[in-house]
Structure formats: C-alpha cells, structure tokens
Design a protein around this ligand. Structure first.
Ligand code: XUL
Length: 523
C-alpha cells in the first residue's frame, strides 16, 4: 500500500489540497478551490468580505468549513485513494481568528455525516466573522499592548514580533473593547489553522508554535502563553485559548464524519495544523539554518530557518516557531512587484527582457546612485508616508533607474535581515518575479551567495502533507529526520543557479552602508 499523506492549505483566497506518496517522493494529487468562485454565496472578493471601513478585513469561518466539505467531495469524485491516506495535516493563513461559544465542543464531537459541516456548526460562533491578516484597524490596540509590554524592543523579544495590526492579540483586544458582551460569551478562540484542525479531529485542536507566534501572545523562547501579554490584551483570555503544542503533533484519529461521508481511512491521523508561512518553510525544504527563500510577489517576503531565537529590536521582522523544531523568520517588504512594475510603467519599458537589458548596461553599484522606491507605505523599514527618493541618481537616466529599483530592494533585504545573524548559504527564489534573471543576478551579488529558482506551486499545502507524514512516522516510532523527509520533493529548477560576481559583491559591501544612510536621511 502506498504511504499517502494529505496536506490542506486554507489561504486567503482558496483552499488547496496536496496528496503525496512518501516512498515514491511524488505529489500524486493537487487541487485548489477558489472561495469567490466555488462559494459565491459568501460574496467575498479575493476571499474577503466587503466592509465599509477600508481598514477592516474579515472573512467567514463558515466559508472555510464549507470549502473543507467541498474539497473532500472533489477528492472523492476525482478518485483520490482517500482510504489509503495515513495522516492529514494542514496550514492556514496566519493571524486570522475564530470565536466560539460554549456549544463548540459538543458540536465538534458529534459531527453528523448526514449534514454538512455548515449545518453541524450552526449556533457555535460567538462572532460571525473572522478578522484576517489583511486587517489594519487595530493601530490603537497595538499601541496599548506595546506600551503595557514595555515598548517595541521588549515586545519583539518577548513575543517574537512587535505588535502588528494583523496579529491576533491586538484583534482580540479590539473585539473585547468594541463588543464586550460577545467577548464575554466567547468560550474558545481559534486561529484559522487550529479551527480547521479541530474540524478534522472532531475536538478543539491546540495552536502550534508556528502560528501561535503570530499572535503577540506567546513567549517565543519558552513557547508558552505569555501571561503579561494575555493580561495586556483582554481579561480572562487564558481560559479562552487552547493549549499550545509543537507543530504537527498527532491529535488523534480523524473524525468519523470524513470516514462515513467521504471514505477517508478510519485509521488516518489528524495532526495539529500550522501557519502557511511555517508550512512553506518545510514545503520549500528550508530545514538547515542559512537556507533562505525570497518570494518575489506583490510584496517581497524573505524567510528562512534560524537555529537560535534572535529577535529584531527594531520590530520590523518576525520570528515564528518552525515545523522543523527550531525557528523561522519572516520579513515582509510591501513594495515588491508593485514597485518594480511602477518603474517599468513610468519609463514605458515594453517587457522584463528589455528591462534586464537596460540593467545590464549599467555597473553594479550604479556609480553610487540610490533609489528608495516607497510607492506604498512600507512595512520594512516603517514608512508611513509613501514617497520616491533619489540620491546621486538622475530621474531621466532610464537604465540607472532600472538597476536602482533592483538594487534598492535587495540591499533593503540584506540590511533589514542583519539582525538574524545568518549569512545566507544559498537563496531559493520563488514567486512571480523569480524568472527575472537580471533581478536574481542583483540578488546573488548583493547577498553574495548562490541563488536558485524553486518552483513549488503549493508550497504550504506540500509542507502540510510532509508535516502529516512527520507526525505519522513519529507515532510509528520511526524517529523521522526532516532533511531526509523533504528530500526529492523540492528540487531547484535545473540550470537555474546564479552565482555571485565577486567584484560586484565587494561593491555592494560598501554600497549597503550608503544605502542605510540614505534610508536614515529619508526617514
Ligand atoms: C504573515 C502574513 C501573511 C499571511 C498570508 O505574517 O500575514 O503571509 O500568513 O496568508
């Protein structure tokens, strides 16, 4: 019998499933359900409910539950060997929270396969909607909690991150302040990940150290609820939170609901879920410290494994628990592809090929020219007033401005990841812009390490499936090693390796200092 494991990823816009055959080291099934399209009756736009306040971004927990039913029905229809699946794990968009009243435990224990999950969950919510990571309506609560915890540096060193609007603690505080009665009736709070894990296990699931670190409520070093942070957030919070647990631990067998309804293996194990970023770290094979991935998308995200817990005293970067047992970091730069595209459009450059040719006409270091491309308010560094700043750079020099945007983004990454104290050994580039060779060459030169392209379409769901395999092997007494487990699933694109040019690397060692001065001046 093949050893099959199912990984699910409930992201902002979709629910994805990946089934792996562990011995064959192959993904044997992939499916994605787009919420807007598959479940139009929730009226979401890109997975988000409409709201008059542009800062408020909520979604529907019932939609996530309905999607779970739907994806199992699809897998059954597609002939997936659900009876052979040995464990199910998953990941969820980070920070989003779900609020239950005291009917939740009984509802989870008695999931009736004659009914849908939505019907089974009738009357269990203390709050109809769930604030998600895109919400930025809690600036006041962030300031309140940060102040009580003793400022940015202390909050970050205590919880792994400074307070952020999207983090769950500030969201819980806002709920307590604005809807105190509903907060009082809340008996249990889940993250998106632990909510879906609970639906699979048929009982309230623990929150794992990966996703738990995205709440501003967990002591990042001891990996327990931080009583001061809980107190600073809302009263009686400890009673409302599930226990914390190591990523991927087995909760128990899957609920009979999925066995009776979809033919899932009755012996399949349900494990604790994690956040989508921790799951991606596994899905991309970033097990060893020094292995970094940069996802070049709408925003650019820099993440990787870290052995010891170091936190960013400027409060820009995040530290989460990693499914591999140690830590992971995540730094999110808002002006990613958007800023690159703005420059391209501004200079009327036809395509990225031509853009790359222009970059090649200029020298690494741009003869000292620096651009700060903050088209949008930036997260790293904190920039509230968007603006474009040029130093020794002529706005009319098209080629120099093309190089400058790439260099600025890569130098910012290098500068603002220094607190991690990890010299990248190699960087895996993913995301839309990772096929831009000119950009990757600048990355290799600025970081002074090899850059390899990696294409994993569903890295979080794959990471979740591998986490399921890890949980199952652990219970089977096989003492699995992560490095061995991920091998073969996440190979870089053949021939994609880009090596740093030593001469250019020396130029950037100097220029990064000037770049830091420019940032200071602009801020
Ligand atoms: C990370 C974050 C996002 C979500 C996206 O802090 O907010 O990456 O996890 O799903």
């Amino acid at each position: 019998m093949p050893k099959l494991f199912l990984g699910l990823d409930s992201s902002t816009q979709s629910l994805s499933a990946v089934v792996i055959d562990l011995d064959a080291r192959k993904v044997v099934y992939e499916k994605s359900l787009n919420f807007d399209q598959a479940l139009p009756h929730y009226k979401t736009q890109n997975g988000v409910l409409k709201n008059r306040d542009p800062l408020v971004k909520h979604s529907s927990p019932l939609m996530w539950a309905e999607a779970l039913d739907l994806i199992f029905a699809e897998m059954k229809k597609d002939g997936v060997a659900l009876g052979d699946i040995l464990a199910v794990s998953g990941s969820g968009q980070q920070h989003g929270s779900v609020y239950f009243n005291d009917r939740i435990t009984a509802a989870l224990e008695n999931l009736d396969p004659q009914k849908s999950l939505v019907e089974n969950l009738k009357g269990v919510f203390a709050r109809k909607t769930s604030p998600i990571w895109m919400d930025s309506s809690t600036a006041v609560e962030c300031a309140e909690i940060r102040k009580k915890l003793g400022g940015i540096k202390y909050t970050a060193s205590r919880t792994g991150s400074d307070t952020f609007e999207r983090f769950t603690g500030p969201q819980i505080r806002k709920f307590f302040k604005t809807e105190p009665d509903a907060y009082a009736k809340t008996s249990s709070i889940a993250l998106v990940s632990s909510f879906l894990a609970s639906l699979l296990a048929g009982k309230i699931a623990p929150i794992d150290h990966g996703d738990g670190a995205g709440m501003n409520l967990m002591d990042i070093r001891k990996k327990v609820w931080d009583m001061d942070a809980l107190k600073a957030t809302a009263p009686s919070l400890k009673k409302k939170l599930p226990p914390l647990a190591a990523p991927g631990q087995v909760i128990g067998p899957v609920s009979a609901y999925y066995v009776n309804k979809y033919g899932l293996n009755p012996e399949a194990l349900a494990t604790i879920w994690t956040g989508d970023n921790p799951a991606s770290v596994i899905g991309l094979g970033l097990i060893k410290p020094g292995q970094i991935a940069v996802s070049l998308g709408t925003s650019d995200t820099f993440f990787g494994s870290m052995e010891k817990c170091l936190t960013d005293e400027n409060g820009e970067g995040h530290v989460f628990g990693s499914p591999a047992g140690n830590y992971m970091t995540l730094i999110c730069f808002k002006n990613g592809s958007l800023a690159r595209e703005k420059i391209r459009a501004h200079y009327g450059i036809a395509d990225w090929k031509q853009f790359g040719e222009l970059v090649a006409q200029t020298n690494p270091g741009n003869d000292g020219g620096v651009l700060l491309p903050w088209f949008e308010a930036e997260i790293v560094p904190r920039v509230n007033q968007p603006g474009i700043h040029r130093f020794n750079l002529d706005a009319k020099n098209v080629a120099a401005n093309c190089r400058a945007i790439f260099e600025a983004q890569m130098m910012s990454m290098r500068l603002h990841s220094q607190w991690m104290n990890v010299a990248p050994e190699k960087v895996f580039a993913t995301g839309g812009a990772s096929n831009n060779v000119a950009l990757l060459q600048v990355m290799a030169d600025v970081m002074n390490c090899r850059v390899l392209r990696i294409e994993v379409s569903k890295s979080a769901a794959l990471g979740a499936a591998l986490q399921g395999a890890h949980g199952w092997l652990t219970v089977a007494g096989k003492n699995p090693k992560w490095e061995k487990l991920v091998a073969g699933f996440t190979a870089p694109v053949p021939g994609s390796e880009i090596r740093p040019n030593p001469k250019a690397a020396r130029v950037y060692d100097k220029l990064v200092e000037k770049y830091a001065d420019c940032e200071r001046e602009a801020l």
